[in-house]
Design a protein around this ligand. Sequence first.
Ligand SMILES: [Ca+2]
Length: 269
Amino acid sequence: MSQCARVNSSCKRCEGELPFEFTMAFQPIVDLSLAQIVAYEALVRGIHGESAWSVISQVTDDLLYRFDQTCRVKAIEMASALDMQTDLSINFLPNAVYEPEACIQATLEVSKRVGWPTHRLIFEITETERVRDRQHLCNIIDAYRSMGFKTALDDFGNGYANLDLLTDLTPDKLKIDRELVMNCDSDFRRQALLNAIILLAQELDTTLIAEGVETRAEALWLARAGIVRQQGFYFAKPAINSLCPDISPLLAELKNEVESCSGAVNERD
Ligand SMILES: [Ca+2]
């Protein structure tokens, strides 16, 4: 698993042209306690705005490493060109990394070239259900942390339980899947689960991010429960090769609404 194909500083697994083109869209992650955008997630898209799937379906096993590397480089180059001032969150497939130290070289090189500080990079660990070698994943996370990157566990609570990964891993952030977020303002079962996850995150000292927030009611319930970092269509859709329009009035309004409600609760106490 750990044999790197890098020979004389080039890697035959991950270097070379891909036989298809793609671009990146960026979707903001907001913090409602700050009323600010704190990060953008880079999402793969076709060059004419086609879905992520239309691109990813062309990635054969042979191209996996090259594709993963190209995504990182493209995301950092584009974020820099757009003058993004926040963190940048990049999805990564643990199975596309052989040797963390070697496979990160292209990322480090492009970060240096465009002047993107490594502490402003977050790697979202996706498709954890396909990770067969748990130790390999732990090694990647440890190596990334020692290099100054932040890590997030993606799609938490969806389908394959990745709850058990937390026995071995401590990511900086947990991204709660839309599956748990939808209708959280009115669904008491989801509220019970989310409240349990909030306690878990406090114990493990990890930051929660709710994904797939689509309504104001969901955003407010989550923020009042303590999940102030959120992402979803309610705030902004992913924008191809651009940052989202100014949403600061919306964020300020939500912050006020959350705070006025907490004040009311405190007064009752
Ligand atoms: Ca993600």
